[in-house]
Design a protein around this ligand. Structure first.
Ligand SMILES: Nc1ncnc2c1ncn2[C@@H]1O[C@H](COP(=O)(O)OP(=O)(O)OP(=O)(O)O)[C@@H](O)[C@H]1O
Ligand SMILES: [Mg+2]
Length: 433
């Protein structure tokens, strides 16, 4: 807006005054609108907003002060600068005008140059204020998007830190377990061989020298050597089984904590889900307060997909851990027998589907727990949102899961829940990246 193009509303009930003011302003290049009363001015302002208002004080109907007050109360109009035109130049009325929000006053009869100079300066001031406000709002917006970006990075950092701390720890554990497991596992076989040899020798010995000696045969009975010989195989078997279990855990740990590389890896999502469930096994087991949480796997055939497996496992872990947290909380207020008849369960289901016209893997994690209210549901993916007490939850679990699935994998993560029925988290991951 050029200042001289600006429209100025002149409000005065005296036609002679209106004429002089209008001519003065028009000759200086301003556009002028007129109103002959406060009421008319307010009405006109509903349709057209001028750049400045020149307002007479003494008018029939609502006077200039009241008109000014009404304008200043209106959020759409309060910014328009108002200059009073007044024959009353006593201090009281000028003060009152300023109190009501006027920016200036001009006494009648006015001198043309003074009127023009004041109008011009207030229009300029108004324009500068607008520019400043605009700049402030632009800066505020820039700052707020910088803040959002910063928070996003912070989350990534936290996640990265969590992952690498966990990754290192777990890699360490994997190593520590694998070495001794190697001695035990390897030596079981050797021991079995030695033992078989020893047995062959013993049998041969007993054939050659049947135990005639009473001391030897009573010792043989006392030690129940016959039973011992039959049981030894079972013992070896269960030791080997134990080693296999330890090897499974250690493998799960390694798959779960796959330290992610910069590039995506082609991997099997079921392996990731299984290793995550394996790691959570100890939390699913029966306790004094509740029977075991049942896990039902409903997997279908899936292609391997290119992904950051460690990060996805972290996302699965965060979702599954929430369900377990919730079950634990429910168990505190429910008796054991009730939980036995209605077991707490988590169903992990995978399907290959078309999602938003893209071939995707759908993973749903459904619990039959207490559900989430709509109000909470709308906030669960926000950073720091938690309903858990201090120390129990940081409110980052789902924000991290969301970031991993949506931003890192171009997928989507939704939640559906019904109070007292349960909750389903739906994950979609495109099969092509
Ligand atoms: N399966 C679920 N059933 C009921 N409420 C849930 C479930 N999953 C998440 N919530 C709710 O969502 C909130 C946010 O979960 P989120 O994992 O982001 O944070 P948190 O579990 O509170 O803390 P953190 O995971 O950082 O330790 C939880 O506090 C809980 O109220
Ligand atoms: Mg959580």
């Amino acid at each position: 807006m050029q200042i001289t193009d600006a429209e100025i509303l002149v409000v005065d009930d005296t036609p002679a005054n209106l004429k002089v003011v209008t001519e003065t302003l028009a000759s200086a290049g301003y556009r002028v609108a007129i109103a002959t009363s406060g009421e008319r001015a307010l009405k006109q302002l509903q349709n057209r907003v001028p750049a400045l208002i020149l307002l007479d004080i003494q008018m029939p109907g609502i006077n200039g002060f009241e008109t000014c007050k009404k304008i200043k109360e209106n959020p759409e109009l309060y910014r328009i600068p108002i200059i009073f035109l007044t024959a009353r130049s006593d201090t009281d009325s000028t003060l009152k005008g300023f109190e009501l929000g006027a920016v200036d006053y001009i006494s009648k009869p006015f001198k043309e140059p003074e009127l023009l100079a004041r109008v011009k300066i207030h229009l300029q001031l108004q324009q500068m204020t607008q520019t400043l406000e605009q700049q402030v709002s632009e800066r505020t917006q820039a700052l707020s998007s910088a803040l959002t970006e910063l928070q996003r990075y912070q989350l990534q950092l936290i996640q990265h830190e969590k992952m690498s701390a966990l990754g290192n720890l777990v890699a360490g554990i994997g190593h520590e377990i694998n070495n001794p497991l190697g001695f035990v596992d390897g030596n079981i076989l050797v021991l079995k061989e030695y033992f078989d040899d020893f047995l062959t020798y013993l049998r041969l010995y007993e054939q050659t020298y049947p135990p005639s000696n009473e001391v030897l045969s009573s010792k043989r009975r006392e030690l129940d050597i016959d039973y011992l010989l039959t049981d030894i195989d079972t013992i070896f078997e269960s030791m080997t089984k134990g080693c296999d279990l330890i090897r499974d855990v250690s493998k799960s740990i390694r798959i779960f904590s796959r330290t992610d590389t910069a590039a995506k890896l082609t991997s099997n999502l079921h392996e990731g889900l299984d290793s995550t469930l394996h790691i959570l096994k100890y939390r699913l087991k029966a306790k004094d307060s509740r029977p075991a949480i049942q896990v039902i796997r409903d997997y279908s055939e899936l292609p391997d997909i290119k992904c950051f497996p460690g990060q996805l496992n972290q996302a699965f872990m965060n979702i599954l851990a929430n369900a377990i947290d919730m079950f634990e909380e429910v168990a505190e207020n429910t008796d054991y027998a009730t939980l036995e008849t209605n077991p707490q369960s988590i169903i992990v289901r995978t399907r290959l589907v078309q999602h938003q016209e893209t071939e995707s893997v759908e993973i749903t994690i459904t619990d039959n727990g207490k559900g989430i209210s709509e109000d909470v549901c709308s906030q669960i993916f926000e950073r720091n949102f938690t309903t858990k007490s201090v120390g129990k939850g940081t409110g980052l679990g789902l924000a991290i899961a969301h970031q991993v699935i949506v931003e890192k994998h171009g997928g989507s993560l939704n939640v559906q829940s019904e109070l007292d029925q349960g909750t389903t988290f739906q994950i979609y991951l495109p099969t092509m990246d």
